[in-house]
Design a protein around this ligand. Sequence first.
Ligand SMILES: *Cc1c(COP(=O)(O)O)cnc(C)c1O
Length: 452
Amino acid sequence: MRTPPLASGPEGADALRPLLADILDALDAGARARGGPLPAGGPAAVAARVRAAVGEILPERGDPAAPHTLVRILAEGSADPAHPLCAAHLHCPPLAVAAAADLAASVLNPSLDSWDQAPAASELEALVTRALAAEAGLADALVTTGGTESNHLALLLARERLGPGVRLVCGANAHHSLPRAAWLLGLPDPVVLPAPAGTLDPLALDEALARLPGPLLVAATAGTTDAGLIDPLPGIAARCSAHGARLHIDAAYGGGLLFSDRHRPRLAGLDAAHTVTLDLHKLGWQPAAAGLLAVRDTADLGALHQRADYLNADDDTEAGLPDLLGRSLRTTRRPDILKIAVTLKTLGRTGLGALVDEVCARAQEFAALIAADPALDLYATPTLSTVLFRPTGAPDEAVALIRRRLLTEGHAVLGRARLDGRLWLKATLLNPHTRPDDLAALLRLVEGHTPA
Ligand SMILES: *Cc1c(COP(=O)(O)O)cnc(C)c1O
């Protein structure tokens, strides 16, 4: 058998062209076979179709049709975030330009653990991370796999700055990855303040900060996962500064508002944080992974310094080779910055801001449709692009059943959230191509699945 061609090098492009055409055909065939936002039939049916299509995964002799077979079955069995009725999670439809740029990252395969594996990628990363940090009013940023890793790093940097006794204080509305990071880092048990209104109350925070022995790390949220709410950041920042507590803001969802002239003012107070989590695979339309942790004081990053002679020998660093190892806890690291850089520069602030404005406007329109429908209850006017609603008077079990039936029948992907002691259907609108008609159709589906 001929040695298979490589993705880069003199034959790379010629080898890739037919493969890519085949992959694009398979994506199309799979999406047609699905015919909706997700595959019908539920987990058992999807698993059976995947098993039947895959057959033996490591056959004795290779199968040249495998790329088509596997991509087609993946596409057929996907929940496609580009479908307007796929709106459960912070699961964005990636921009074509970002996905195309990501191909170049796979082809060239730069690894950001040493300069000799990523000469240009390391400079691009330095430029883009500083520019994005500056958008948030901070000094520099690390590239991460997403909000979870960013939150983890934020707690690690706080621990290295304040000592192993630092205690996390957050609201019950905070992302699960924050208390989990405290557990992972062996920190004291977090103090989780009740957040009945869905946001962290500065007065309750003030009372806790006055009562708790330090050192303390407060984590606020700009864009809660459940309801898309923004904690009152200026008030929280003022309490932290008054009590000498460190502040982390998890803006994994809401950080995208920075691109919009219209919505950016709602992130006032973000620049008061010591660290900020950003996640461009949410309101940034990137394929995962595209996380960042922005820091105010670059000296905090010294905690990650690491020396490995094969990657950043002292004499290499002294001779001017950039030292990349301390920019992550990972070693081999993809240039996720490339697709981000390509997106920022191709769309510009105006282009990205328009996408943010579009999905926020769609959420307002969707909420208005719900509010006008006597058969539905709206949780609240949306802050970001999340809309929570439920059939009026339905018991929680009926709400859960509606969601599962829409899923298993392949009609719609909606999320769920428990707030106010009740279960709500959650639509997280991240698709700027969704039209008001799609949203009306979504409501008809929900009503059609509501038990009389
Ligand atoms: C999504 C989310 C995270 C986790 O981000 P991942 O990219 O999924 O790791 C953290 N915090 C908030 C507020 C989020 O919405």
